[in-house]
Design a protein around this ligand. Structure first.
Ligand SMILES: [Zn+2]
Length: 170
């Protein structure tokens, strides 16, 4: 399936009309995640599963450091514009945009420079198996653990606000 059912896509467009620059980032995240959970089956297939959209439905957003996101409430207007700009059949673009938006909402950025493409700013994740912090570049997608070792596919998890505090990252 390379398209979302039109009525499902319209549901999100309709839900975001309730958001404006006075809405919080947490409300925005809530709107996106409820929509994903209500339409879960649509996201277990490609291209959505490739971008992990189905996985986001399992995130406990109350534990996530949304208030430390690099996004600003003023970015909500741009977010709405993009959502209204896409048609239901632009599934790849929708999947990528949702993944990038949700990731930006629930991760924090450090001022570290990417060792591969030299872009500034990497997002913090944590290793599912080794508990090490990991840094991921938004621009080229490169990631490595804090000890410099390589990250393999499926190893990274989102870091809770509590854990980031314990590690003095926020
Ligand atoms: Zn990079």
């Amino acid at each position: 399936m390379r398209s979302l059912p039109v009525y499902v896509w319209r549901e999100l467009q309709s839900a975001v009309t309730l958001l404006d620059e006075n809405s919080s980032l947490r409300e925005t995240l809530g709107v996106i995640l409820s929509w994903i959970r209500e339409n879960y089956k649509c996201f277990t297939v490609e291209p959505f599963s490739t971008y992990g959209i189905d996985e986001f439905s399992h995130v406990d957003e109350s534990l996530m450091p949304v208030e430390f996101s690099s996004l600003l409430p003023s970015d909500i207007t741009q977010f709405k514009k993009v959502i209204f700009g896409y048609q239901a059949n632009e599934a790849d673009a929708i999947a990528r945009f949702l993944r990038d938006t949700i990731e930006a909402l629930i991760t924090v950025e450090t001022d570290k420079q990417c060792p591969k493409c030299q872009s500034d700013g990497m997002r913090i994740f944590i290793g599912r198996y080794n508990g090490l912090l990991a840094y991921q570049c938004d621009v080229c997608g490169h990631s490595n653990y804090s000890d410099g070792s390589k990250v393999s596919g499926g190893e990274l998890e989102f870091v809770s606000e509590k854990r980031l505090r314990e590690l003095n990252m926020i």
